[in-house]
Design a protein around this ligand. Structure first.
Ligand code: RNT
Ligand code: ZN
Length: 414
């Protein structure tokens, strides 16, 4: 135990906060790290360039992973800089195979190398159908397309991802969350929103009709506000999926970039949790729009973490990340963003929760404010450094040097 941690422990104890309990709690929270930060959302189907669906990774920093081997090497390095045991969130177009199956022909075997890797690394996997970066999604219409043949193609894709996710979850002994996000929407003002939403609902129903053991696979649905090319209307809006998740019993995914910029996503958790069993988060940082910047340890993230902890939602919230920045080291982006999520959770776990809630209950808003503001001076950094040290993970200058050295080792990739 370092001297600074020992001092910090006593300072928190003065506030009736048990740092050991906080460290133990943090160690049990897995973060689902998104694979697509490693290659700018390009995937391994052999196409190059834009991801489509209005998703934009900008920048051309050297070192983008070009194949599954490079992506896994980068992930091995990144996970070694992140304390705790976590998960990898795979998208269907990250298949690892010499075959060229179309989206409606993918099978478990095309992903088996990922499962072997995950078993060896001791991490869980989550999964996603990929409804973009494909000629049949060029109109930004998939499950809600007016053409039944196109809808059927995507329904089949979705069905297969559920089967694959269930097998992955079974192999790894931990349920794989299979998150459904479609880009469907309209560039200009539509005249029959209802028809589009009825088609999306019917397609989703067909896609998720088959029941799977919840110990193997969990369905999630992700709403969005708008995307590039679908500015006027998104078929799968927040209201659409909130209702759908309640009626069909799926998880609801809240992506922090998928709301109006002034909305507070943290505020939504408790409301949604009253009607939906489990939640999935896509923790992200929208800058003016759904730009998916690397998450900072800023107020938005701190408030999310505080709501998860104070509202007792950690045991039914799957914390996933969704950001991608191609102007910086991609491995550093993973490490910085994931550690920021953990730091936010640790800060929330280290707050004098009982005293804060008691002040609020007796309408003593002065004490609530004083406590919140004084708590900001507590030595959170020493507790975080202790957490990293116990996990054998670097901090500070050593972390930076390691990230720089790894980036230098991959910068020559073409
Ligand atoms: C898009 C959604 C979605 C994607 C990933 C790649 O706006 O946020 O979650 O970012 O599926
Ligand atoms: Zn998302």
């Amino acid at each position: 135990m370092s001297a600074s941690y020992d001092t910090a422990r006593q300072m928190f104890a003065d506030w009736e906060v048990d740092t050991e309990a906080a460290l133990a709690a943090l160690a049990t929270i897995p973060i689902s790290v998104h694979c697509w930060q490693g290659d700018d959302v390009v995937g391994f189907e052999g196409q190059s360039g834009a991801s489509g669906g209005g998703i934009q990774a900008t920048g051309n920093h050297p070192g983008r992973a070009r194949n599954p081997g490079e992506l896994r090497a980068d992930l091995d390095f990144a996970f070694a800089q992140i304390p705790g045991r976590h998960r990898l969130n795979l998208h269907a177009f990250y298949m690892d195979t010499d075959e060229r199956p179309d989206r409606d022909a993918i099978e478990y075997r095309h992903f088996a190398p990922w499962v072997d890797w995950a078993k060896q690394a001791g991490i869980g996997l989550d999964f996603n159908p990929t409804f973009f970066a494909h000629p049949k999604a060029d109109d930004n219409l998939t499950l809600s397309h007016p053409d039944e043949g196109i809808r059927d193609f995507w329904i089949e894709h979705g069905k297969r991802t559920r089967e694959i996710a269930a097998r992955i979850g079974q192999e790894l002994g931990s349920p794989a969350v299979n998150n459904i996000w479609v880009p469907d929407g309209s560039k200009d003002v539509p005249v029959d929103r209802m028809a589009a939403r009825r088609r999306l609902e019917a397609s989703l129903d067909a896609m998720i009709a088959r029941k799977f053991d919840k110990a193997h696979m969990l369905d999630a649905v992700e709403s969005k506000l708008f995307g590039i090319g679908v500015e006027a209307m998104t078929v799968g809006s927040h209201e659409f999926y909130l209702g759908y998740a309640i009626r069909r019993g799926t998880l609801l995914c809240l992506d922090m970039g998928h709301f109006h910029p002034t909305e507070n996503i943290a505020d939504k958790l408790s409301s949604v949790a009253l009607s939906v069993g489990e939640l999935l988060l896509h923790v992200s940082r929208p800058v003016r729009w759904d730009s998916d910047h690397v998450i900072l340890l800023n107020d938005d993230i701190l408030q999310m973490a505080q709501e998860l902890v104070f509202a007792g939602l950690l045991d039914r919230t799957h914390i996933g990340l969704d950001f991608f920045d191609a102007t910086i080291s991609r491995t550093a982006a993973w490490v910085i963003g994931t550690r920021n999520m953990q730091k936010a959770l640790l800060r929330a776990l280290l707050l004098p929760q009982a005293a804060l809630k008691a002040a609020e209950e007796r309408l003593d808003f002065t004490s609530r404010l004083m406590l919140s503001e004084e708590a900001k001076d507590l030595p959170f950094g020493a507790v975080w450094a202790e957490f990293c040290a116990r996990a054998g993970v670097p901090t500070g200058q050593a972390l930076i040097a390691g990230l720089d050295a790894y980036q230098a080792s991959v910068a020559g990739r073409g």
